[in-house]
Write a protein that binds this ligand. Structure first.
Ligand code: COA
Length: 394
């Protein structure tokens, strides 16, 4: 492990919405064999939002779990990664900046490249903190993965937010500085500005993901020969829990002669990193970082070990980068809070889900007062007036 630099993830916070849809029940309602969804796709439940939640409230609630007053003074950038934007001009970052009273000299902006953008933000933050070691960067990944009722992607929906604080005190994951990205230009998943829900070519998206992983992996291993034996586990962007496994199995078929032993080891550790996604669903920009949290909670990796991370965003950009797990990294995650958030969730009735949940949220004029559930806590959306969103806290 590098002794000179400890730049990387200091803190990570997760916000999971209070409601979920049970995918066995939904499969039955849709006339699909539940095994297709629970075994073939690998999903059991998906998070769904309440009317008083949006990407801003979820991100603010995730960040509020981890930031101290000292952090708020040291943060010089608030970067909001999302593909569920609520405004084509104003960034959601400035709203979170205000809600959390982050110091006024921090710059705030939004970034986009499907599910990949939080990784671009993370690796840029790494470079920024290397040059400015006293500063911290807050990265917010917040999304509502929605494909619509009865759509092919319905089983791969989800919602939630992850806040990552990058600093020179990497208490969780010290970034190694090793990375290799890859760009394709394709329409595997896209959402033109007039559409409430994305368009997706499911087969092309899974094939592109797999092919980019293989090409990215080969390129990465050639660029960093020392990584060949050192990567103890691989974490993946997980639109559904089977996706990373499909990429590993396909890579073993094509690259098995060179990297078969390592791929077997990554397959061995793989399930630990998927347990949260199985219960929450696709977080889009936050998905890879949900896999990191899952690996930290359920896995058995040791401090100092190097792990690989594969980020993928349709359209398409992928990137492989690595990091070293910090000493006592498990102590820096609130396991109890995360388990509690999962265990106290409530099931959304399928009637409500089918009749209300998919009412247009963004595209049409949405001015309204929000009806608040009794148990709403933390940051919430109060009303939308003239297209302006007003938030409150309780
Ligand atoms: N029992 C167990 N497994 C079953 C089954 C059953 N009764 N019926 C089907 N399956 C398996 C299939 O064999 C297949 O397994 P495999 O992938 O290992 O071959 C798996 O379930 C999925 O079946 P498939 O027919 O490919 O699913 P689909 O046509 O419904 O599409 C997605 C699945 C993921 C492509 C679709 O949900 C989608 O478009 N999602 C959104 C886009 C996305 O997430 N892309 C990922 C890259 S970002």
């Amino acid at each position: 492990m590098s002794e000179i630099s400890k730049v990387g993830i200091e803190k990570i916070g997760l916000y999971i919405p209070k409601y979920y849809v049970d995918l066995v029940d939904l499969a039955e309602k849709r006339g699909v064999d539940p095994n297709k969804w629970t075994i073939g796709i690998g999903q059991e439940k998906m998070s769904v939002i309440e009317e008083s939640e949006d990407i801003v409230t979820m991100a603010a609630n995730a960040a509020n779990k981890i930031l101290t007053e000292e952090d708020k003074k040291a943060i010089s950038q608030v970067v909001f990664a999302t593909e569920s934007s609520i405004d084509f001009s104003k960034s959601a970052a400035s709203q979170v900046h205000r809600l959390l009273s982050i110091n006024k000299f921090a710059k705030s902006y939004e970034v986009k490249q499907a599910c990949y953008s939080a990784t671009a933000a993370l690796l840029n933050a790494y470079n920024h903190v290397k040059l400015n070691p006293e500063e911290k960067v807050l990265i917010l990944s917040s999304d509502i993965a929605s494909y619509g009722a009865n759509s092919g992607g319905e089983v791969t929906q989800g919602a939630g937010a992850i806040a990552v604080l990058v600093s020179n005190k990497a208490e969780i994951l010290e970034l190694s500085g090793k990375s290799l990205a890859l760009t394709y230009d394709c329409y595997d998943f896209w959402r033109p500005s007039y559409r409430e829900y994305p368009l997706v070519d499911g087969k092309l998206s899974t094939d592109t993901y797999i092919n980019m992983f293989k090409e990215n992996l080969e390129g990465f291993m050639e660029k960093y020969e020392d990584s060949e034996d050192s990567l103890q586990a691989f974490l993946f962007h997980l639109p559904f829990t089977k996706m990373g496994k499909k990429a590993l199995v396909a890579s073993k078929e094509d690259l098995g002669e060179k990297y078969g032993k390592q791929i077997d080891q990554w397959l061995d550790k793989y399930e630990d990193s998927t347990r949260l996604t199985r219960q929450v669903g696709n977080l889009y920009t936050g998905s890879l970082y949900l896999a990191l949290i899952s690996q930290m909670i359920y896995g058995d990796l040791e401090a100092g070990q190097e792990i690989g991370l594969f980020s993928y965003g349709s359209g398409a950009v992928s990137e492989i980068f690595t990091g070293y797990l910090a000493e006592n990294y498990r102590d820096h995650i609130d396991v109890e809070d995360i388990k509690d958030s999962l265990n106290t969730r409530k099931e959304m009735s399928l009637d409500y889900y089918d009749e209300e949940y998919f009412k247009p949220k963004y595209i049409e004029n949405q001015d309204r007062e929000i009806s608040l559930g009794e148990d709403v806590e933390g940051f919430y959306l109060e009303k939308i007036e003239d297209g302006k969103r007003y938030y409150n806290h309780r």
